[in-house]
Design a protein around this ligand. Structure first.
Ligand code: PLP
Length: 399
């Protein structure tokens, strides 16, 4: 007799994790994995930041029972996150118009926001950039939404097709949910400039669209404050506003799952009602978040010495990524002068749409054991002093 599971089909493998599986199985000693979505240091390792180690030492020194956290997380964490994301001087914080709940990473924050929106805006449709982080579509679809793409990347210029993007926003029905990358667009590395953001904020406000900002790389672009500008500008334009943020990259705390969802409302009474409903969603999903990662981040952010150390360590990651971009472009220019890769320097954050085609990506993999995403996305942080020349030589062979 058939069982409950007989008819269940095998789900497709995660494309990015599939690359890492293939990479791990490769026996070529020169192999390089540029397909990853994490920051590697120059030794090819995921760093454990010193500020994190010191915060953990402080936490270990104070023996604390593992009680439940509040449904919306550690209060000191939520407050520190709010100030980091919206700015310590933020009007929406002073007016108590923004609520923040600790979440299970940036993904968990997006899922909470999606579930909240499905409950209170069930008929709205969601718009994400073309392309976007590959989980955005699946996540909002699994919350029950129809998900559309708005034009974003222009392969010809290696930048944003802003005219098409803006034109698309001008046709969206009021109440549409628009997902925007606050900085360091994943996967393309192409961000809007300040003028373009002004135009987007204007159309979002005038058409009554609902902005949902995903900020997974605060501090990886220009710096903590500059990267946070887009959030602050949207907040100043009035609510409603959803912001998911993640410390996976900026604290190198991937597996600890530390993120948050913030929602900006029109006034403090509305914000209190929003929080009460968000807590219901959390309660029926996982009840309350885990303690460790939230405590580490709250400790670092609220201790002036550790905070300064974190900012230094974060800056070092940002500067190393920039240096990798420059070196990659310069080496390619020396070795393949007829090809122009200067656009890689303009891109922001951990990733680059390198312009390599699927065929070229296949060749790199088959001939050189260099693994990249089919779309040509490479993780710039996966380049280091030991592999960059090898990678550049291999790229020159496939151009
Ligand atoms: N949003 C974007 C744009 C991302 O690139 C990522 C991670 O790669 C996330 C969200 C998810 O972050 P987390 O790993 O904290 O869930």
């Amino acid at each position: 007799t058939p069982s409950l599971f007989t008819a269940i089909e095998l789900a497709p493998r995660d494309p990015i994790l599939g690359i890492t599986e293939a990479y791990n199985a490769d026996t070529n000693p020169k192999k390089v994995n540029l397909g990853v979505g994490v920051y590697y240091d120059d030794n090819g390792k995921v760093p454990l930041l010193e500020c994190v180690q010191r915060a953990e030492a402080l936490l270990i020194a104070t023996v604390t029972p593992r009680t439940y956290l509040p449904i919306d997380g550690l209060a000191t964490y939520d407050k520190a996150v709010q100030e980091l994301v919206f700015g310590a001087e933020s009007k929406v914080i002073a007016e108590k118009r923004v609520i923040t709940a600790q979440a299970i990473g940036g993904t968990g924050a997006l899922k909470l926001g999606a579930d909240f929106l499905k409950r209170f805006a069930p008929d709205a449709q969601v718009w994400i950039s073309d392309p976007s982080w590959e989980n955005h579509r699946a996540l909002f679809e699994s919350a029950g939404f129809v998900v559309n793409n708005y034009p974003y990347y222009d392969a010809a210029t290696h930048g944003v097709d802003f005219e098409s993007m803006l034109a698309s926003f001008k046709t969206m029905p009021a109440g549409s949910i628009v997902l925007l990358h606050a900085c360091c667009h994943n996967p393309t590395g192409a961000d809007l400039n300040a003028d373009q953001w002004s135009k987007i904020i204007e159309v979002v406000t005038s058409r009554g669209l609902v902005p949902f900002l995903d900020m997974a790389y605060q501090g990886f672009g220009e710096g903590i404050e500059t990267d946070g500008q887009v959030v602050r500008r949207f907040a100043a334009a009035g609510g409603p506003l959803f912001v998911s943020n993640s410390f996976s990259k900026s604290f190198s705390l991937y597996g600890e799952r530390v993120g948050a969802l913030s929602i900006v409302a029109t006034d403090s009474a509305e914000a209190a009602r929003v929080l009460s409903q968000l807590k219901r969603i959390i309660r029926t999903n996982y009840s309350n978040p885990p303690t460790h990662g939230g405590k580490v981040v709250a400790t670092v952010l609220s201790n002036p010495e550790l905070r300064a150390l974190w900012e230094t360590e974060l800056a070092a990651m940002r500067v190393r990524i920039r240096a990798n971009r420059e070196l990659l472009v310069d080496l390619l220019k020396q070795k393949a002068p007829s090809h122009d890769f200067a656009f890689v320097k303009q891109q922001c954050g951990m990733f680059s749409y390198s312009g390599l085609s699927k065929e070229q990506v296949d060749q790199l993999r088959n001939n050189n054991a260099i693994y990249a995403v089919d779309t040509g996305r490479i993780c710039v942080a996966a380049l280091n002093s030991s592999n960059i020349n090898y990678v550049v030589d291999a790229i020159c062979q496939v151009l």
